[in-house]
Write a protein that binds this ligand. Structure first.
Ligand code: AMP
Length: 285
């Protein structure tokens, strides 16, 4: 596996790969790899000639007061893990080279970024779309792999690629979970042992909602209340948001039917965790 740390070297490498007609798969990450990241790498390795994984803790997608400083990092560990997954290139640029002093551009997607995580993290999605545009331009992938754990992010990037005619196929991949249902996340290492137990409540409450919907409940307000009550039963959990929205445009719905997204963000101690469930229900029963 080749490790590339400068933007110029990455661009040069991409030129060589393009000249030899190699199909490039790309997995953008903030590092501190876990099974979720590794599953994206596996899809890419399977479907492309060359897989590039980027590790970049993107400062502009963290709002002031968020966890940029305590975001876990371990490049040596990441290198080992990526190598074992047959990744070809790990791209780890420095913040100064991605955002030199005179950097002045912002990429912003409207509407889809306003609710859910966008409401509690105002600058977040502009930071994501700006860095992903830069990474797409540097790496020029044929396919790019994103997890459905960050479902809003996936849909925002799909919209951006469509609107800006960026020639990349964006592939959404399944959520990888621990045995007890907790979605794996780099932030999980910041959970103390009691918090780790408490964190199970995110997935549990989604599963509980699904049971109620499977049993016939179609009122989103009732389901929301059930989810919130369930989360509040866990003393270490503090709700940031719980929403039930249309799975395509994230607009509020008054009946659970069609493609529905149940998304939530919950603080467990100091750690903010997200999870979601996408349901597709027959419009008529
Ligand atoms: P991050 O390093 O947290 O920015 O995540 C990099 C990529 O991994 C994003 O596309 C995430 O959606 C994806 N990802 C993170 N956690 C999971 C998970 N539990 N299952 C699947 N994909 C994930």
């Amino acid at each position: 596996m080749e490790v590339i740390t400068s933007v110029e070297s990455m661009e040069q490498k991409v030129k060589e790969l393009k000249d030899s007609n190699q199909r490039i798969g790309f997995v953008p990450t903030m590092g501190y790899f876990h099974e979720g990241h590794l599953s994206l790498m596996d899809y890419s390795v399977e479907e492309n000639h060359v897989t590039v994984v980027s590790v970049f803790v993107n400062p502009i997608q963290f709002d002031p007061g968020e966890d940029l400083d305590v975001y876990p990092r371990d490049l040596e560990r990441d290198k080992d893990m990526a190598k074992r997954r047959n990744v070809d290139i790990m791209f780890c640029p420095k913040a100064e080279s991605m955002y030199p002093e005179n950097f002045r551009t912002n990429v912003s997607v409207k509407d889809l970024t306003e609710g859910l995580c966008g409401a509690s993290r105002p600058g977040h999605f502009d930071g994501v779309t700006t860095v992903v545009t830069k990474l797409f331009n540097i790496v020029q992938p044929d396919k790019a792999y994103f997890g459905r754990k960050d479902y809003q992010q996936l849909m925002v990037i799909k919209q951006m690629v469509k609107d800006l005619n960026i020639p990349v196929e964006v592939v959404g991949c399944p959520i990888v979970r621990e045995a007890d249902g907790l979605a794996v996340s780099s932030r999980n290492v910041n959970l103390k042992s009691k918090e780790r137990e408490a964190a199970k409540i995110l997935n549990k409450s989604l599963e509980y909602a699904k049971e109620q919907i499977d049993a016939g409940e179609r009122d989103p307000d009732k389901i929301l209340l059930l989810i919130k009550d369930k989360i509040r039963s866990e003393p270490l959990a503090a709700i940031d948001y719980v929403e039930i929205v249309n799975g395509d445009d994230f607009k509020k719905i008054d009946r659970i039917e069609g493609k529905v997204l149940i998304a939530l963000a919950v603080k467990i101690g100091q750690t903010r965790l997200i999870d979601n469930m996408l349901l597709t229900l027959a419009d008529k029963e």
